[in-house]
Design a binder for this molecule. Structure first.
Ligand code: SF4
Ligand code: FES
Length: 380
């Protein structure tokens, strides 16, 4: 049956994962948030019944794992029943949370519903810096949440987004993860679109910071090999080639945004001129296999030079479409982080600025919040 489905869809494989962004509401104000600048309000969110249908369609489509995310997904009262539904459909379930609202009692409820892994985000290894970055007194609550997950004997991952403000404290972050008993520590580099692009001067690290962090990471990875999995890669602004973003456009996973828009990656909604279909009007199967938005950047027919004649094009897919759009205004452009991209000077300029001042720049931080007016990005 799977064989038939695959063959009838021009070689497009079924999706492996679903990122279910239940809400954009969140108590935190992280200045690097990947949520859009113009966030969905509560009134625009899908209903519980909508999400039941989305999860059933995802399972039917072949999705193996569901990541419940946001915003802060714990804000939705129906989270437990959505986890239960996904679990009943035999999909692996992961909760991505700030930890705010994850009490011992709530952990017991999501465990009973069938959650398999909980990923708690942290900003730093101690309270003062952590609360400054998140714009909210959250550190102790996060610790309590992580403890509650461990006490319930659930799998615990920690996720820390790295940037200029916390990169010098990587030792403390790794120590915290050890103390918490995390099985996995994801050190995620800040990606510069949406809120992070607005705050790039405050967030883009210097080369020295990255070098020091790399040494700390490598030694911790060896030391903790049998105890904790640690994941980190050199940020793409400092790498010579772009990343194969999301494993390729429409290749591995799909994101359902709080308002029901279906996206090939969580950020794709920023790309102007590309229409993204909505689960209120179309099935996931149709969107995955037949929609223009998902087929648009599959394969290499869309690529410009130098990608089209580059031997790496099938490895990195020409880089990240969202980054290309955010930095150049053209989603078809070669990702500017590529050393051969005509717009690579944009990255060189940003790096030069980040390395010219070893102290955090003086520009004000723009914290994530629901805005009445769209702020002006320095890029584009
Ligand atoms: Fe990748 Fe295009 Fe750069 Fe080649 S030219 S490395 S395909 S982004
Ligand atoms: Fe959207 Fe890279 S984040 S394609």
């Amino acid at each position: 049956m799977t064989q038939l489905i695959t063959m009838s869809n021009n070689g497009v494989e079924p999706p492996y994962s679903l990122l279910a962004e239940l809400t954009h509401r969140c108590p935190l104000h992280c200045p690097y948030c990947s949520n859009p600048i113009e966030m969905a309000s509560k009134a625009m969110e899908l209903t519980t019944e909508d999400w039941y249908r989305v999860l059933s369609e995802a399972a039917d489509l072949g999705v193996v794992e569901v990541h419940f995310s946001g915003g802060e997904p714990l804000i939705r009262d129906d989270l437990d029943s959505l986890i239960r539904h996904a679990h009943s459909l035999e999909m692996y379930t992961n909760l991505i949370t700030s930890g705010i609202g994850l009490t011992t009692e709530r952990v017991a409820r999501i465990k009973e519903a069938g959650i398999e892994n909980v990923q708690v985000s942290f900003h730093a290894g101690e309270a003062k810096l952590s609360d400054l970055i998140g714009g909210y007194k959250a550190f102790e609550k996060k610790r309590e949440a992580a403890n509650a997950v461990k006490m319930a004997e659930l799998h615990l991952s920690l996720n820390v987004v790295l940037h200029r403000m916390n990169l010098d404290y990587l030792n403390e972050i790794i120590q915290l993860a050890e103390e918490m008993g995390a099985e996995r520590l994801e050190l995620a580099n800040t990606q510069y679109y949406n809120w992070a692009l607005l705050n790039q001067e405050r967030l883009l690290p210097s080369w020295d910071q990255i070098e020091r962090a790399r040494e700390i990471y490598e030694s911790a990875k060896t030391r903790l090999e049998k105890k904790m999995e640690i994941i980190w890669v050199i940020p793409d602004y400092y790498a010579s080639a772009p990343k194969p973003c999301m494993g390729g456009w429409g290749a591995i996973g799909l994101t359902v945004a709080p308002n029901g828009a279906v996206l090939p990656c969580p950020t794709a909604g920023i790309i102007e001129g590309l229409f993204f279909e909505n689960v209120r009007e179309a099935s996931l199967r149709h969107i995955w296999y037949d929609s223009k938005s998902f087929s648009h950047f599959r394969g290499d027919a869309w690529m410009p030079e130098p990608c089209l004649s580059c031997e790496l094009r099938h490895q990195d897919g020409g880089g990240c479409r969202c980054q290309a759009f955010a930095l150049t205004g053209d989603a078809y452009a070669t990702d500017p982080v590529c050393q051969w991209a005509p717009t690579h000077y944009l990255i060189e300029k940003a790096i030069q600025e980040a390395n010219s001042n070893p102290i955090i720049q003086s520009s004000p931080m723009i914290y994530r919040r629901h805005l009445t007016e769209k702020p002006v990005s320095k890029r584009r």
